[in-house]
Design a protein around this ligand. Structure first.
Ligand code: KIV
Length: 276
């Protein structure tokens, strides 16, 4: 998104219409998850277009076994930290399991909290046609919505685990119709998670709004990764997540060296002590 190149003095905030314009120009959109201020500041500084305060903070921050236990209060807490540290990126907050599905009005009440109390500029939630009315109400009341299709982690108990979605003609048709329904309801972008690359390419072609892929091949308008996977901090990451760093190894080495030096008395040395 060249038009959006940030300068330290006056970065221009990425808005939802910039993402659509990026798609029209054929420019790829970058998105990462962020759960706290220091990482949000770093990802923002290097020009990441969208920071998603994902409910993946359940497994990646709190050590839960899935995203299901994540609460609205936890999302607000982390979104506030990310929004406060971000000058340019569009900050999108996930609506967690149980906080929006029941009705458009319930979704609206939760989304209002994300914007008002936490400082998000948009929200994301999972589902296609079944949440189209939710998307319509939110967008018509000033709350931009990002959709999420394919493997939707909050439905893992119905989907039978973490599996590729949209395989076979019928499933592919359903997924495409869900994507069109989200666009027609006013969503500004759609995440496609664990979808065969040719299907993601087809949906990307038929939609005017951008698709953001995760495990959905190279033809989406943008890509998102969960940041501990991207930076090599996770002990385990999915096959589709490329590691661009080795933070886990770096932290293991640092913590081992610290323990050794404390135990041998090498730390603190004269350089790290006050002489008087
Ligand atoms: O919660 C999350 O991190 C997400 C991404 C996987 C898209 O929804």
């Amino acid at each position: 998104m060249s038009e959006q190149t940030p300068t330290p003095a006056q970065p221009k905030r990425v808005r939802v219409h910039h993402l659509r314009e990026a798609k029209e120009r054929g420019e790829r959109i970058t998105m990462l998850t962020a759960y706290d201020a220091p990482t949000a500041q770093i990802f923002d500084e290097v020009g990441t277009d969208v920071l998603l305060v994902g409910d993946s903070l359940g497994d990646n921050f709190y050590g839960y076994r899935s995203t299901i236990p994540v609460t609205v209060d936890e999302m607000i807490h982390h979104t506030r930290a990310v929004a406060g540290a971000t000058r340019r990126a569009l900050v999108v907050a996930d609506l967690p399991f149980g906080s929006y599905e029941a009705s458009p009005q319930v979704a609206h009440a939760t989304a209002v909290r994300m914007l008002k109390e936490a400082g998000a500029q948009a929200v994301k939630f999972e589902g296609g046609r079944r949440v189209a009315e939710h998307v319509r109400l939110l967008t018509s009341t000033g709350i931009p919505v990002m959709g999420h299709l394919g493997f939707t982690p909050q439905s893992e108990n119905v989907l039978g685990g973490k599996r590729v979605q949209g395989r076979g003609q019928e499933a592919a048709e359903r997924l495409s119709e869900d994507a069109i329904a989200l666009q027609e309801a006013g969503a500004f972008a759609v995440v496609l998670e664990m979808v065969p690359a040719p299907l993601a390419a087809r949906i990307t072609e038929i939609l005017a709004i951008p698709t953001i892929g995760i495990g959905a091949g190279p033809h989406c308008d943008g890509q998102v990764l969960v940041w501990p996977d991207m930076a090599g901090l996770s002990a385990w990451s999915p096959r589709f997540a490329k590691q661009y760093g080795q933070l886990r190894t770096a932290l293991l080495d640092a913590a081992r060296a610290y323990n050794d030096e404390v135990r041998t008395g090498a730390f603190p040395d004269a350089e790290h002590s006050f002489p008087e």
